[in-house]
Structure formats: C-alpha cells, structure tokens
Design a protein around this ligand. Structure first.
Ligand SMILES: Cc1ncc(COP(=O)(O)O)c(C=O)c1O
Length: 455
C-alpha cells in the first residue's frame, strides 16, 4: 500500500511544468515549480514545518503551546496545517491589504486571525509585526515563528526546494527567478544552487514600494522607496534576516498592474491557477528577456494558488476599479450583439416605394439595404429622411420602384474593425455599414448601435 501517515508527509516534491504560451518570446526553456501542489497550496508549507520542527528540537515549542505569527496568509496556512496535526493552537496577525479568502482559509483550520492596518510603520504598535510581538509577550506558553528573521525559513529551501530543483533539471538550471518577501525561498534555494554551480543566476522579483532593489544596488536603506502597493507576498519595508543580498544577483521591480494582469494571463494561457506573486514573477521574466539565451534553463517559482485571489485579481470589478483591466476593444462584430439573432431587413430594387415604407414602419427602422438580383447582392440603400423629402416633392412616387430613388449601397466593414473606424463611415450621406458574421450572415450597424455600445 502506498500512503502517507499524515498530510505533512505530502509537503514538497512539487512538479516542474514548462511555460509555453507566455514564454514564447524567451529563447530559453522556462519551467515553473508549482508550489500550489503542497497541501496548504503554497510553498510556505515547507518552511512552516521546518520552523516548527527546529523550534521543537530547540525546546522553544512544547506540547500545549500557542503558535503566534504575523503572516499574509500562506505561512499561516503552513503553520496551521502542522499545528492541527501536532496539536498546537494558532493566533495570526495579518494586514487588511490581504485577500479575505486567505483569512477565511486560516480560520477554517481553527486559527484565530487578527487583522491589522497595512499603512502603518512596522514599529507602529498597530502594525501586524508589533501586534504579534505583543501577543507573544502576553500569551503564556507561546512561540512566535518570526518567518522574517527565523533562519529555519531559508534553511528549509536550502535543504529541500533547492535540491529538488537541481535534481529535476539534472543540474542544467542556469537561472532561478523568484518573488522576494521574507527572502527565505530565494536565499535558501539560491545558496544551494550557487554551491552546486556558482554561475547560476539568482534573480529576485521586487515591487514598487519596497526597499530591496535599491538596497541591493546602492547599500542604502531608502525610506522614500516605501509606499503602499497592491501586489501580495513580495516586497518589504524593512530588511528581514532571511534576505542574504550576496546570494541574489539582481532585483527586478514589477508594477502592481503588470503583476495583476499577468496573474490572469497565466491561468488563461497555461491553465495554471497560480497566485499574484506568480504573475509578478512572469511579468519580471518578460522584462528581463534579454538576459536569456537559447540553451538556458530558467526555473521560476509559483508560490501559491489562484483561489486565494478570487476577490481580487480574478474579479473584473476589482481590476477595473484600479485601472488594471484594459477595456476590451469594441469591434464591428460586438456592435451587432443586440440584434445578432434577428434577420436583416432588406427591400428589393424591384419592390415599390410603398412596400419599402411599409417595411420600415413595420420593423421601426430608418434605413435599409436594397438588394438586386439575389438576396445578398447589396446594390443600394434607402433612408427615411431622403425618402420623406422625395415623397413630399412628388407623392406619386409611392407606386414607383425602389430603383427610382435608391442611394449608394452601405459599405462593408471587417468584423474586427474598431468602433472608431465604423463611426467614421456613418455620415449624413451614409446611414449604416454592413458586416458579415462567422456564419456568413450579413448584419447592419447604425448610429444607434454605436451610441448604445459606447454608453
Ligand atoms: C504568495 C507569496 N509569494 C511570494 C512570497 C515570498 O516568498 P519568501 O517569503 O520566501 O521570500 C510569499 C511570502 O509570503 C508569498 O506568500
């Protein structure tokens, strides 16, 4: 029989999957390590278990203790998993910037979650760092994991994630790219990989609003670099002990918008439902495309799962409110949406003007294509203003043929023509345009369709 003694034994050994569509402009082989396959759906299960096991060995964490941590959710999930199996209580502090789904998931494991304000200094007594420190002091028999400065964090990746990547790529990896928060992942994996081959490039993804990149490049901790940002899981406003700047060759900053838009592309183009920092990593990879050559093997980390961002990056209203959703282009084929299923009303050249006017009245329309010999030979057009003027001048026209008063045919546009192009064709002399759908059916686009699509 093949089975695990408990869920904790399923942590690690996550798959490497080639990125095809998004990486098509990168000459190298790009492989994503899908940490969503861990039982808590994130890479953090690895370091959470290691921090707990090391604390147990050091006698800092004993049966009946409460685990306390400031966590954006994923570390909390890893700690909560282990706590259920090992019988600890958990209290987590987190920020109001994080997805609600993350808090709810932690509460599902029986953890207590305290939500603190995001936009305060780390030293502020209301910050999630300070609140967790205070809770540790006030709670008897408690242990604060402290993922930022607890070196068991990067040690977990040095001992486990790094060797997995080395083995899976048969030592062929040339670049490792990873979002940097506590720094545990990049520095643990990076240290191991550099020991195996010092030429492997370790590239960190940072956010605008975080101090890492400037600190690496200048050695200056610049408070002016710090401002609120939206990307989750990466970037910091202080220097955690797990970030070993010597291991990281370069930091690339990615905007909130690029990270969010790419998070959506990953699931739509690769069918991999990954979280926001995976979007940041892929956007950063494309920004750095000139670094990679044909035979390179690039490994990127997908830290967590897309379900944690359903209310954010995967919610159209949330994206639109922040100006992240590039509005879809309105094309000719979209303009006919309202009446796509209705047949086109036409009149024949040989019909009488009286018949044409009756049709316009019956269908409540102001213009109509005129057909010649066959149904789809559009030889002319009629519009009610012109007809009205001509009938006023000569009422006897009503019994004449349409061909006596016909005007130039409506022009055809391509289904993909932009609304701007279509609207330029609608003038006082030309009241509509025609477009064929994928089935070859002809539809009419009038000024009314354009107004409705734009409003
Ligand atoms: C979603 C996500 N991505 C990336 C990271 C950064 O990983 P690390 O803390 O190992 O630097 C985190 C850390 O919390 C995270 O939750």
């Amino acid at each position: 029989m093949q089975y695990h003694k408990n869920i904790l034994e399923t942590i690690g050994n996550t798959p490497l999957v080639e990125i095809n569509s998004i990486a098509r402009e990168i000459p190298a082989l790009v492989l994503a390590k899908l940490e969503t396959f861990n039982p808590g759906n994130s890479i953090k299960d690895r370091m959470a278990l290691k921090m707990i096991e090391d604390a147990e060995k050091q006698g800092k964490l004993k049966p009946g203790y409460t685990i306390i941590e400031g966590t954006s959710g994923n570390t909390g999930m890893g700690l909560a998993l282990a706590a259920v199996i090992k019988g600890y209580k958990c209290i987590f502090t987190t920020t109001d910037k994080q997805s609600k789904e993350k808090f709810d998931a932690l509460r599902a494991f029986g953890a207590e979650v305290i939500v603190c304000p995001t936009n305060v200094e780390p030293e502020d007594p209301r910050s999630y760092y300070s609140v967790s420190t205070r809770l540790e002091a006030e709670t008897p028999r408690s242990w604060k994991a402290n993922q930022y400065d607890n070196l068991s964090n990067s040690e977990a990746h040095y001992r486990q994630t790094g060797p997995e990547i080395w083995k899976q790529t048969e030592g062929k990896i040339t670049h490792f790219i990873c979002g940097v928060g506590t720094g545990g992942t990049i520095c643990g994996v990076g240290k191991f990989l550099k020991e195996m081959n010092k030429n492997i490039q370790i590239l960190g993804i940072d956010t605008y609003g975080s101090v890492f990149k400037k600190y690496k490049e200048t050695g200056i901790f610049d408070k002016k670099e710090i401002y609120p940002y939206i990307t989750e899981g990466i970037g910091e406003d202080f220097l955690p002990k797990n970030v070993d700047f010597k291991v990281i060759d370069h930091f690339e900053k990615v905007t909130d918008k690029d990270a969010a838009v790419m998070t959506r592309r990953i699931v739509r183009e690769e069918a991999i439902f990954a979280g926001n920092s995976s979007g940041a990593v892929m956007a950063g990879l494309l920004q750095m495309k000139n670094r990679f050559k044909k035979d390179d093997v690039v490994v990127v980390i997908f830290h967590d799962h897309g379900t944690r961002y359903l209310g954010k990056m995967f919610n159209d209203d949330w994206m639109r409110d922040r100006g992240f959703l590039t509005e879809e282009k309105i094309t000719a084929i979209k303009l006919i949406e309202r009446h796509r299923n209705k047949p086109l009303v036409t009149v024949k050249e040989s019909d009488t003007i009286h018949e044409a006017v009756s049709k316009m009245r019956k269908y409540n329309i102001s213009q109509m294509p005129v057909t010649g010999g066959t149904e789809d030979s559009f030889t002319g057009s009629l519009n009610d203003t012109e007809l009205f003027m001509k009938l006023l001048e000569n009422p006897k026209l009503r019994d004449e043929k349409v061909m006596q008063v016909v005007q130039a045919p409506f022009p055809f546009v391509s289904p993909e023509a932009a609304v701007e192009e279509v609207s330029q064709l609608i003038t006082p002399d030309n009241h509509a345009v025609l477009v064929k759908d994928a089935l070859g059916e002809t539809h009419i686009i009038t000024r009314q369709d354009i107004v409705e699509a734009l409003c």
